[in-house]
Design a protein around this ligand. Structure first.
Ligand SMILES: *Cc1c(COP(=O)(O)O)cnc(C)c1O
Length: 384
C-alpha cells in the first residue's frame, strides 16, 4: 500500500489541472506576446488564469504577478521592497521560523546594508505581538511573516500583524504558501501588501508561483527584459503552468470551509491514535492555531530520518524536518526555535494529509508507525 503523507512538501497534480494544461503544452504553443491567433489564445489563457487567482484572493487581476515558484515570489517581495525603499530605511522584521527562501534572502540583504530582526517564537511557534511592536523603529520598511508554518503548521496572528504594519506605515508581506486552500484569506481585512503563493502545494504543477502586489505599491523589477508581467518580471510566460495554477487555486477555494472541517477531524483522529498507542511522544506546534492537515511529532529515542526511511519501506511517505533541509544533517531551525532540545528536534517527523486519505490508509499508517517506533526503540535498547 502507498500512503502519501507529505502534502506540505508537494501535492499530486489534480487530473482536471493536468488536462487543462496539456493543450498549452502541445496544440496551443504560440508565444503569448505574438499577435497572431495562437499567440493571442495563449495570452487569453494566462489572463484567464490571472482572473481565477484574483477571484480566489478577492483582489484585482492587475495585482497578481506570475513567478516561477514561491521561492522567487519571496525573493522578489523582500528584495524588491528593500531596494525600492532604501531611502526611507534599512530595517526589516521577520521571524526565526520562516522558510529558507525568506531567511536566506534576508541574510543576503544583511550583507548589503540592511538590518534584520528575527522575531523569536514561543513553544507553539507563535510570535508575540508585543515583540513585534517593540522591534519597530523609524527605519523599519518591511515586515515579512509567514501565514502558517510549513513544518509545525502554526498559524500566525496575521490580522494583528497587518494592523500594526498599517498603523506604522510599514509594508507587510506574508508567505501564504501553506495557508492557501486551508485558511480563507482576506487581503484587505488583514492589510496584506504582498502575498506569496505556489501551485505545487495546492495540487497544481511545480515551477509556477505568484506574487500579489497591492495596487499602488511599488517594488523593484525582479527580472529585467521584455514587457511580460508589466515589465516587472520579464521572460516568456510558462503558459501551461499559469493555466494549471489558475485551475488549481480555483479548486483549492471551492468548499474550503467544509474541506477544512473534514481534514481537521481526520487530523485529530490520527493525533489521538498516536497519543493513545505510542508512549513518550510529543505533538509539536499549537493544538488549535494549526493548519488542518499538519501533524508533527517527536518520538523520544527514535531518529526522525531513520523513521522516514523505515516508513518508506512499507510505502508510507513522510518528512523529517523540512524537505529543503533533507539530505543535509542540519537540524530543523523551526524545531530549535520552539525550544526543542537538539536531540528531540532530530527525533521529529511530519505527516501532512489531505481530504482524500481513506480509513484503510489511516489504519495501515497507524499500525506500521506503532510497529516501527517500537522496533526502533527496542533496537536502540539492545545496542546500548
Ligand atoms: C514550499 C514552500 C515554499 C517554496 O515553494 P516553491 O514553490 O517550491 O519555491 C515557500 N514557503 C513555504 C512556507 C513553503 O511551504
Amino acid at each position: 500500500m502507498e500512503v502519501y503523507l507529505d502534502h506540505a512538501a508537494t501535492t499530486p497534480i489534480n487530473k482536471a489541472v493536468l488536462e487543462k494544461m496539456l493543450n498549452y503544452l502541445s496544440r496551443e504553443f504560440g508565444n503569448p506576446s505574438s499577435i497572431y491567433k495562437s499567440g493571442r489564445n495563449a495570452k487569453l489563457a494566462i489572463e484567464d488564469a490571472r482572473n481565477k487567482i484574483a477571484a480566489a484572493l478577492k483582489c484585482k487581476c492587475d495585482e497578481i504577478f506570475f513567478t516561477s515558484c514561491a521561492t522567487e515570489s519571496n525573493n522578489w517581495a523582500i528584495k524588491g521592497c528593500a531596494f525600492n525603499n532604501k531611502d526611507k530605511g534599512n530595517h526589516i522584521i521577520t521571524t526565526s521560523i520562516e522558510h529558507e527562501s525568506v531567511l536566506k534572502t534576508c541574510s543576503y540583504l544583511e550583507k548589503n546594508g540592511f538590518d534584520v530582526t528575527y522575531l523569536p517564537v514561543d513553544e507553539y511557534g507563535l510570535i508575540s505581538i508585543e515583540d513585534l511592536k517593540s522591534a519597530i523603529t523609524d527605519k523599519t520598511i518591511l515586515i515579512s511573516i509567514m501565514f502558517a508554518n510549513n513544518e509545525i503548521g502554526t498559524i500566525e496572528p496575521i490580522k494583528e500583524i497587518g494592523e500594526i504594519a498599517r498603523k506604522n506605515n510599514i509594508i507587510f508581506h506574508t508567505d501564504a504558501v501553506q495557508a492557501i486552500g486551508k485558511i480563507p484569506i482576506d487581503l484587505k481585512e488583514y492589510n496584506i501588501d504582498l502575498l506569496t503563493l505556489s501551485a505545487h502545494k495546492i495540487n497544481g504543477p511545480k515551477g509556477i508561483g505568484a506574487l500579489f502586489i497591492r495596487q499602488g505599491l511599488e517594488i523593484e523589477t525582479f527580472m529585467h527584459g521584455g514587457s511580460q508581467e508589466k515589465g516587472l518580471r520579464a521572460g516568456t510566460e510558462n503558459v501551461a503552468a499559469c493555466v494549471g495554477l489558475g485551475v488549481a487555486i480555483e479548486m483549492a477555494m471551492d468548499d474550503i470551509e467544509k474541506r477544512v472541517i473534514k481534514v481537521e477531524k481526520i487530523r485529530n483522529k490520527i493525533i489521538n491514535d498516536i497519543y493513545l498507542n505510542i508512549p513518550c511522544c510529543k505533538l509539536n506546534g499549537h493544538s488549535i492555531k494549526r493548519l488542518s492537515n499538519n501533524i508533527n511529532f517527536s518520538f523520544t529515542d527514535v531518529n526522525g530520518k531513520i523513521l522516514v526511511y523505515m516508513l518508506d519501506k512499507v510505502g508510507i511517505k513522510a518528512s523529517s524536518g523540512s524537505a529543503c533541509s533533507c539530505g543535509t544533517t542540519k537540524t530543523s531551525h523551526v524545531l530549535l526555535a520552539i525550544g526543542l532540545p537538539e536531540k528531540l528536534a532530530t527525533e521529529s517527523i511530519r505527516f501532512t494529509i489531505d481530504e482524500n486519505i481513506t480509513e484503510e490508509e489511516i489504519n495501515y499508517f497507524i499500525k506500521n508507525l506503532i510497529f516501527i517506533v517500537d522496533n526502533l526503540r527496542n533496537h536502540n535498547d539492545f545496542s546500548r
